[in-house]
Design a protein around this ligand. Structure first.
Ligand code: ZN
Length: 411
């Protein structure tokens, strides 16, 4: 793999601001995503690969097979946007070569320090090249490490026609970070037996499960009247909402008190006044059936609050967001074992992991395209303390080449 060229790609991509904008109505939500997509199409075309960007900014490309007999098509996918939680404007990447251990002080804001105590995986990366931001922005390795890994894989394959592989598709999506990554993407267009997102942390992991997720919008209707004549007539929706929230568990079933495979209810937004209050609550569990129990808990709290405030009406509307990827991965039993085999051939062992969240892959899998998530060298995403490891990115690109070979041997 061309290590230096991979690094240069990554540094080129992170300098384009592709922050997703939650309040934007257009798709994609920010012009930088279109700009990065255009650049990638140009770079792919320069490699002789057929690529185009659709009107939503999604980039699709195809690398034709190098073997004569039919083999299943597979796809590699990454997202162009970065998280709105930390600015992605004016990213100044810092490259630490031959990392020798210890904390990394970020030069643009010396108060920001990447500490080994909080990033124990740094201990295993002595001698590696570590990339950070200058501390005033995020780095954007989530998911430009994935973009750079896929692009370098494409460049490598185009220079090595002796590598035997079937049809390969490349897909770059927009607005994954605001939950719209697959809104404008019909998986039929990818036309592959399996897809792999390159959006996992660290090295050598395969995310094989995600949360199943619902969103509850709770509308509390009160009775508003001028406070001067409110006696016995007003029902204040703010007080009802506070009562309702107080009835939800806090010492269990909350993100603050759970980890591993435990699910939760998470109220994350509230707004309104005396007449009406709206609350948004996310429901999460690895077991999809448990989401109905979490919704039932909301209904019981609503009934109890309405009994307490007879003038109030509370409506709980629950809608599905995404489903545990493992449910759909079963439809393509080769997807995960082939990724494991591809890594074994490189002398490494895959760790199967679960994500307390969703990926583009959870939606794609649900829509019928099985899509596990592979590690790409990113660490501490969404934060000014984000960093990436070049060697792990190189290993991810080697993994993809090996994966293409494994699928080409499929009978
Ligand atoms: Zn990501």
């Amino acid at each position: 793999m061309n290590r230096q060229r991979l690094l240069e790609r990554f540094l080129r991509y992170v300098k384009i601001d592709t922050t997703a904008r939650e309040d934007a109505e257009q798709y994609p939500s920010s012009p930088g995503q279109l700009e990065l997509g255009r650049l990638l199409v140009e770079e792919l075309q320069a490699l002789g690969i057929e690529a185009r960007q659709d009107r939503y900014g999604i980039v699709l490309a195809t690398i034709p097979p190098t073997i004569d007999r039919p083999a299943p098509a597979i796809a590699f996918c990454a997202h162009l946007d970065t998280s709105p939680e930390t600015s992605g404007e004016g990213v100044k990447p810092q490259v630490v070569e031959d990392y020798s251990g210890g904390d990394l002080v970020l030069p643009g804001d010396p108060g920001r320090v990447i500490r080994t105590a909080e990033n124990p995986e740094l201990d295993g990366l002595h001698g590696c090249t570590i990339i950070t931001s200058d501390g005033t922005t995020l780095l954007g390795a989530d998911d430009k490490a994935g973009v750079a890994v896929i692009m370098e894989t494409a460049a490598w394959l185009s220079q090595h026609p002796e590598i035997r592989h079937g049809p390969l598709r490349i897909c770059f999506t927009c607005d994954e970070e605001i939950g719209r990554g697959v809104d404008k993407l019909d998986p039929e267009r990818i036309a592959a037996a399996a897809c792999y997102t390159l959006d996992g942390q660290g090295g050598d992991t395969i995310d094989v499960e995600t949360f199943s997720a619902d969103l509850a919008v709770v509308t509390v209707a009160g009775v508003n009247i001028h406070p001067s004549i409110a006696k016995g007539r007003m029902t204040n929706a703010l007080r009802v909402a506070a009562d309702f929230l107080d009835r939800l568990p806090r010492d269990r079933l909350s993100p603050e008190t759970t980890d591993g495979r435990e699910g939760f209810l998470h109220p994350y937004e509230i707004g309104g006044g005396v007449a009406e209050v709206k609350l948004r609550i996310i429901l999460r569990d690895f077991d999809t059936g448990r989401l109905a129990e979490l919704a039932e808990l909301l209904q019981r709290a609503a009934a109890a609050s309405m009994a307490e405030f007879p003038g109030a009406k509370i409506r709980v509307d629950v809608r599905p967001q995404y489903r545990n990827m493992s449910e759909g991965l079963g439809r393509e039993p080769r997807a995960v074992p082939y990724a494991q085999r591809a890594l074994e051939r490189l002398g490494r062992t895959a760790k199967l992991t679960i994500v307390r969240g969703g990926t583009d892959g959870s939606r794609l899998t649900e829509l019928g395209l099985p899509t596990p998530n592979l590690a790409n060298g990113q660490h501490t995403p969404h934060s000014p303390l984000e960093w990436a490891c070049l060697e792990e990115m190189v290993q991810a690109a080697e993994w993809l080449v090996s994966l293409a070979e494994v699928w080409a041997e499929d009978q």
